[in-house]
Design a protein around this ligand. Structure first.
Ligand code: HEM
Ligand SMILES: [Cu+2]
Length: 574
């Protein structure tokens, strides 16, 4: 790396631990969030034992749990609920968002806009460390009396208001995580508005940057209500207020003192006002990643770039007026439910536009099926299944039946797991060479892709059937009569989940081995057009030797009359 610009080289801890370089912070985010993703996956793999083999002792590892968690290796319902709630929380707030925005966004946005760093490097560093503390707080919650939060990732009161201590710790953790996201999003917005290189107009920005731009507005505008709501729930629990507690609440046969006048639905509104836009926070960066990889590997411009940008902006606005489609069953009345049904149908249009544009982008390309492209292409239909299965949930007539069943779990996982997670893997394979100067092994990559692809569909496809059969989500015991007929599917799903876990071994091996022994690459191994590839791998401190001047749009592939089939954004015609 080129540190000549520094008179005094920074000590190790300033360079790699409390670093203000967006690239180091991006890597810190990415590594931490990957660890959380694996941990969150571990929790659900454990939970899957109980669903496949209800009330049988968990083999081998069962003995390591204390007796508030398992008795004789048999999982207790309270612990089951902790696993479910913490899985959801960790995957969303500690895994996917920090990886997609904190990791990919941090590393790539300044490079792709041709900036030396983020606009506020100190704020950037703080954002990571506040996230880190939030993560530690969440992890510690497993060790407090009665264990971690167990009221679902949605934390609905009154249940959550009267739940054991773990819920308090969860709320404190959330306040840290939300604060971290707010610090980050301001930084992204200012960086993209202010630090674009000369010539990089808004419509020359790679789609990935647009996706991060809109995502940042969503985080910035949607999170504050949940931060306020979390503090209110904390006060309900600690200070005797009653924001969310209705009058006359009876808990365990005892009327609850200090309560009354509050409204549990208020929490649901505040929560979903965040959590619907949050869904787009999970998927927009994923769409951005997929767009970059598809353009690069079809060797042609993505189809309908401008339409995709406008669709993304429209989607950003609409995502603030659909939240109550999660609450159709709260007796909101027909006018309100009509409003939210209509907005929900409308918001599906821009998503379809973006997905269609990406699929059409494949048309007529001479496609390179390398590992990043496999993950990106597999993303398209699976994300499509996720989106389409959402429509019946957005219409009250069908949602009455499907609400809170495994159909919902199937639906949103198709969006975030076979969808987003696959896109994130695509991104890791694609940008690993930029970050490390070495390539991941293609062989191990394919060994990772194919089993993952099969198992992940094996997990989530049968969930639609479970849901249609009426099996409810967050169900500890699948031993009810109506669930018996479909119980073999639960066993099948669990085996697929454990298989998916094993399928990650090639990835972990690949990641570690390639760090040290991967094939060395030059600055632009995929022959790409965007700016991050026009500097060394890894880029030097402050990113570019000379500030780049942008001359072209982001996807100038196969331009007629050019010697090579790609024209970098900052290069004169060759
Ligand atoms: C790929 C492996 C994954 C598997 C096998 C899996 C499996 C499951 C299952 C079985 C449940 C229902 C548990 C219950 O009965 O309460 C669940 C819930 C959930 N999952 Fe996943 N999941 C995976 C990945 C993800 C990802 C990537 C995300 C988010 C980005 C996610 C977010 C959630 C959320 C929010 C819930 C709801 C928790 C709640 O009900 O409070 N999951 N998952
Ligand atoms: Cu929603």
């Amino acid at each position: 790396m080129n540190h000549a610009s520094h008179a005094h080289p920074l000590p190790f801890w300033r360079k790699y631990i409390f670093s203000m370089d967006h690239k180091v912070i991006g890597v810190q985010y990415a590594v931490t969030s990957l660890l959380f993703l694996f941990f969150g996956f571990g929790l659900i793999s454990l939970l899957r034992w109980q669903l496949a083999f209800p009330s049988q002792p968990v083999p081998f590892i069962g003995q390591f749990f204390n007796d508030t968690q398992m008795v004789g290796g048999i999982m207790l319902p309270e612990f089951y609920n902790q696993l479910g709630a913490m899985h959801g929380t960790i995957m969303v707030f500690l895994g996917v968002v920090p990886l997609a925005v904190g990791g990919f966004g941090n590393y790539l946005v300044p490079l792709q806009v041709g900036a030396p760093d983020m606009a506020f490097p100190k704020l950037n560093m703080m954002s990571y460390w506040v996230y880190f503390i939030g993560g530690i707080v969440m992890l510690c919650s497993f060790f407090v009396p009665a264990g971690a939060a167990q009221s679902g990732w949605t934390s609905y009161p009154p249940l959550s208001d009267v739940a054991p201590l773990g819920q308090t710790v969860w709320l404190i953790g959330m306040v840290f995580l939300i604060t971290s996201s707010l610090l980050g999003s301001v930084n992204f917005i200012v960086t993209i508005v202010q630090l674009r290189a000369q010539g990089l107009t808004f419509f020359k920005m790679p789609f990935f940057v647009w996706a991060q731009f809109v995502t940042s507005f969503l985080l910035l505008l949607a999170f504050p209500p949940l931060e306020a709501a979390s503090v209110m729930q904390l006060m309900d629990r600690l200070a005797g207020t009653s924001f969310f507690l209705p009058s006359g609440l009876v808990v365990g046969g005892q009327p609850l003192a200090h309560t009354g006048g509050g409204n549990p639905l208020l929490w649901q509104h505040l929560f979903w006002f965040l959590a619907h836009p949050e869904v787009y926070v999970l998927i927009l960066p994923a769409l951005g990643i997929v767009a970059e990889i598809i353009a690069n590997n079809t060797r042609k411009p993505i189809y309908g770039y401008k339409v995709m940008v406008f669709a993304t902006i429209f989607l950003g606005f609409m995502s603030f007026v659909v939240w109550a489609h999660h609450m159709f069953l709260t007796n909101m009345g027909t006018s309100m439910s009509s409003f939210f049904q209509i907005t929900t149908m409308i918001i599906s249009i821009p998503s379809v536009v973006i997905l269609t544009a990406l699929i059409l982008s494949l048309w007529g390309g001479s496609i390179r099926f390398n590992t990043p492209m496999l993950f990106a292409v597999a993303f398209l239909p699976m994300f499509g299944i996720g989106g389409l299965t959402g429509l019946p949930l957005g219409l009250t007539a069908s949602d009455i039946h499907l609400h809170d069943t495994y159909y919902v779990i199937g639906h949103f996982h198709y969006v975030v797991a076979p969808g987003t997670i696959f896109a994130l893997f695509a991104g890791i394979y694609f940008w690993f060479p930029k970050v490390t100067g070495r390539k991941l092994s293609e062989f191990l990559g394919k060994l990772h892709f194919w089993p993952s692809f099969i198992f992940i569909n094996g997990i989530f496809m049968p969930m639609f059937i479970l849901g249609l059969a009426g099996v409810s989500r967050r169900l500890y015991s699948p031993e009810y009569a109506h669930a018996q007929a479909v119980q073999p599917l639960n066993v099948f799903i669990s085996y697929c989940a454990w298989g998916l876990g094993l399928a990650q071994i090639p990835f972990i091996l690949n990641f570690v081995i390639s760090l040290f022994a991967g094939k060395k690459v030059d600055s632009n191994p995929w022959e790409s057009t965007t700016l991050e590839w026009q500097t060394t791998s890894p880029p030097p401190h402050e990113n570019f030797e000379h500030e780049p001047v942008v001359l072209h749009g982001p996807y100038e592939y196969s331009v007629p009359g050019q010697k090579k089939d790609f024209l970098p954004q900052n290069m004169r015609e060759n």
